[in-house]
Write a protein that binds this ligand. Structure first.
Ligand code: FAD
Length: 432
């Protein structure tokens, strides 16, 4: 049975690896989607945003590491939150003693009050904003979690659901919060405390390994814009060329998929247009000096700084910059037509360089390379109507017999490990 896989990001290439009789159709001249890397002037940057490899799923982690072979380094996370000029250990709730004393007190007090309140009233928060306050208390929520999440999501947190947060934002153990406030060392998000990164080639090195294994199945520069069905199966076209398959698996964005189908009911279109996501500008900076800190990445909740996160990939692997130089990646989320979108890439670059210089994260005089890249589909936003809208779209695609695997095909906040896991599981079911 022949299978057409639409999209050659991490998900499409993983599926291509596992399915013998298939073709992978990729719109771009390069594979990788969000896992692409830019190699220029001796620097390597992950241009869909800074990536690291980690997972609780050991089979998936092994799968990715096995592909990379020797081309991998293991790092210990050293991540901070820049709060009122203080470098606070990440996660914030594990770094309370790095805060000014009054802030530390307010965080601990808020957490204890939330605990007492939860014991008495059995709160079940109806939105993400309330969940943050109820789970962490007002201090931690208002000083860090709310401003940071408002920046990264670029969306009203009180209009976001809560069903997805349990796995993504772990509830802090009481012991950890008290210890952290007193200055006793604790670690949070321990599944990510150690992470991996390709020694050379950025995150795209993983894509290159998968691509090599599937090179005979790959058709690049094939922008799927029409998908039809007849009695013999599926006909997939880019407007010039047609390919025939018994089965199709979409790994490319659900928006492109639905727009390439005929006879889509109006209510499905309406649900599609109600889905929320945000876009990303990746600011890639090369510095003419070695990295001046040993941080993995920094979170910046300040509203007067465009970037919400700044990563230091030269601290993962020295091979991402020429000797004596270093690479920095700043991430900015935005939405079509908002105030950030209205800025040109040059304006974004100069503002970001100034804002990082002002915070002494970089010295602007050492910037010897700068580039900004926009990615339309970066983060899925779980708004309050997400389940209703996705339910309708999935029912329609199920009836048509179209399978979805991957971050913007399933329209879920999936990391690389979840994409690989979903591909492995999909193929297992397909074989039974
Ligand atoms: C800022 C940021 C940081 C991240 N950091 C991490 C991290 O540190 N660790 C981690 O595990 N995960 C991270 N992720 C998540 C990770 O990038 C994704 O889970 C993964 O790359 C998704 O792969 P995918 O193949 O499902 O989708 P995509 O990468 O979106 O691939 C889809 C592919 O489909 C192609 N396509 C689109 N339209 C068409 C069409 N019409 N016809 C044919 N092809 C088409 C695209 O060109 C693309 O190649 C991060 C994501 C972001 C946005």
């Amino acid at each position: 049975m022949s299978t057409g896989i639409l999209g050659a990001g991490l998900t499409g290439l993983t599926l291509g690896n596992l399915i013998a009789d298939c073709e992978i159709l990729e719109k771009s001249s390069e594979c990788g989607g969000l896992c692409q890397s830019l190699e220029e002037e001796g620097f390597t940057f992950d241009w869909g945003g800074s990536h690291i490899i980690f997972s609780k799923d050991t089979a998936v982690l092994d799968f990715m590491l096995e592909k990379l072979g020797d081309n991998v380094v293991k790092c210990r996370r050293n991540t901070k939150i820049l709060y009122k000029g203080n470098y606070v250990k990440y996660p914030f709730e594990n770094g309370l003693s790095d805060l000014p004393l009054l802030d530390n007190f307010e965080c601990l007090k808020g957490f204890i009050e939330a605990l007492i309140c939860n014991n008495i009233c059995n709160n079940s928060p109806g939105n993400f904003n309330d969940w943050l306050h109820t789970t962490f208390g007002d201090g931690i929520a208002e000083k860090y979690l709310v401003p940071y999440n408002e920046k990264i999501w670029n969306y009203d947190l009180s209009k976001m659901g809560t069903w997805w947060v349990e796995g993504r934002v772990p509830k802090p153990p009481v012991d950890d919060i008290i210890k952290s406030s007193l200055g006793i060392e604790t670690e949070g998000y321990t599944h990510q405390l150690y992470f991996y990164y390709p020694k050379e080639g950025g995150i795209n090195a993983l894509i290159k390994c998968l691509e090599r294994e599937s090179k005979d199945k790959l058709i690049k520069k094939f922008d799927v814009n029409s998908i039809k069905r007849d009695k013999d199966g599926w006909i997939v076209s880019n407007g010039r060329e047609k390919r025939r398959y018994d089965n199709i698996i979409a790994t490319h964005p659900i928006f492109d998929l639905i727009h390439s189908l005929d006879d889509v009911p109006a209510e499905v279109y309406n649900a599609l247009h109600e889905l929320k996501y945000n876009s990303l500008i990746t600011v890639m900076l090369g510095l003419s000096v070695a990295q001046s800190n040993d941080y993995s990445w920094l979170y910046i909740p300040d509203r007067d700084c465009l970037a919400h996160r700044v990563a230091f990939p030269s601290n993962y692997s020295k091979f991402v910059a020429p000797e004596g130089k270093s690479a920095v990646v700043a991430e900015i989320t935005y939405n079509s037509s908002d105030s950030v979108d209205m800025l040109s890439n040059d304006e974004i670059l100069s503002r970001t360089i100034e804002e990082l210089h002002k915070r002494e994260i970089i010295n602007r005089d050492t910037v010897c390379f700068s580039k900004a890249k926009r990615t339309k589909y970066a983060y899925v936003i779980y708004d309050l109507d997400y389940e209703k809208n996705m339910g309708m779209i999935k029912r329609f695609l199920n009836e048509r017999g179209i399978h979805l695997v991957g971050r913007f095909a399933e329209f879920k906040y999936l990391n690389m490990d979840a994409c690989v896991r979903n591909a492995l599981d999909f193929v297992k079911v397909m074989r039974t």
